[in-house]
Design a protein around this ligand. Structure first.
Ligand code: IPD
Ligand code: CA
Ligand code: CA
Length: 268
């Protein structure tokens, strides 16, 4: 078995274990206590517990691999590659009882090049995963980006910068411009799932200002392996450096990128 496949299976095991734990916890709790990390940024005890479940599984199987995880930060063990983990993507959804929350685990061999992605959404009973050269899947089923090329048919997932209100003007203008030329715009509240929905052809594009590597690392690998493309919003820098993301079916990448450039020019 290839190294990529071995790591992908370990990530699946970790995502399933953490996700099932989260699902069980939320079903048995009347009230979920949370803290605010910063404005509009919630964290719960379950974020930390899910993180522990994931890291225990990955670290005991692959003790040399480095880890970056949202709640505990960087853990260096001297390896070349790095796991990038979001123990709950969509914590606000999790607390409120929406289905769109997920455990997201990506692995980059070289900096900025995620080659494995696993995203598990327990409430929807969906596990998305991909490994470089191995294809992208939901459960056992292969997934592929949509083949739509006409903006008038496009559905765009675009999330408001709810923590960074200084991005609000460019976000609303970009959303307005895309909306007026396409079928609809949506936000489900999970960056990781947005990437998976693009990979599975449920939407043509996903855009967001104000994302972190752990929101998108797994999704980048999944979108890429499903035939899509990604970039920063209106910039040639890597999304990990700009905190913005466009992930698309590939065919419409340029159309989204041009819209993004236009808005960025105006608000620079
Ligand atoms: C957030 C969710 C949300 C997105 C934010 C993310 P969190 O993740 O994915 O949909 O708009 O940018 O940070 O905080 O729930 O892990
Ligand atoms: Ca997140
Ligand atoms: Ca999170």
């Amino acid at each position: 078995m290839s190294d990529i496949k071995i790591r992908q299976q370990i990530a699946q095991k970790a995502a399933l274990a953490a996700g099932e734990f989260l699902d069980l916890q939320i079903k048995n709790l009347d009230v979920v206590k949370f803290d605010l990390k910063s404005k509009n940024d919630v964290v719960t005890e379950m974020d930390r517990m899910s993180e522990k479940v994931i890291i225990d599984i990955i670290h005991s199987a692959l003790p040399q691999d480095d880890i970056l995880s949202e709640e505990c930060g960087e853990l260096k063990f001297g390896g070349d590659g790095r796991w990038i983990i979001d123990p709950i993507d969509g914590t606000e959804n999790y607390i409120r009882g929406y289905s769109e929350y997920a455990v997201s685990i990506g692995y980059e061999q070289e900096k900025g090049k995620p080659i494995i992605g696993v995203v598990f959404c327990p409430a929807r009973r969906e596990i998305y995963y991909a490994g470089q050269g191995l294809g992208a899947f939901i459960g056992e089923k292969p997934i592929r980006v949509s083949n739509k090329s006409n903006p008038s048919e496009a559905i765009t997932l675009i999330s408001p910068p709810f923590r960074l209100h200084e991005y609000a003007k460019k976000y609303f203008e970009l959303t307005n411009n895309i909306f007026l030329e396409s079928r609809d715009v949506r936000n489900t509240g999970s960056a990781a799932l947005h990437m998976c929905f693009v990979a599975a052809g449920l939407a043509e594009g996903y855009l967001e200002f104000g994302v972190y590597p752990y929101d998108i690392a797994a999704g980048l690998a999944i979108v890429q392996e499903a035939g899509g493309k990604w970039s920063s919003i209106g910039s040639s820098k890597h999304p990990f450096e700009t905190d913005s993301i466009i992930a698309t079916n590939g065919i419409m990448q340029e159309w989204y990128f041009k819209h993004a450039e236009k808005v960025l020019d105006k608000y620079k």
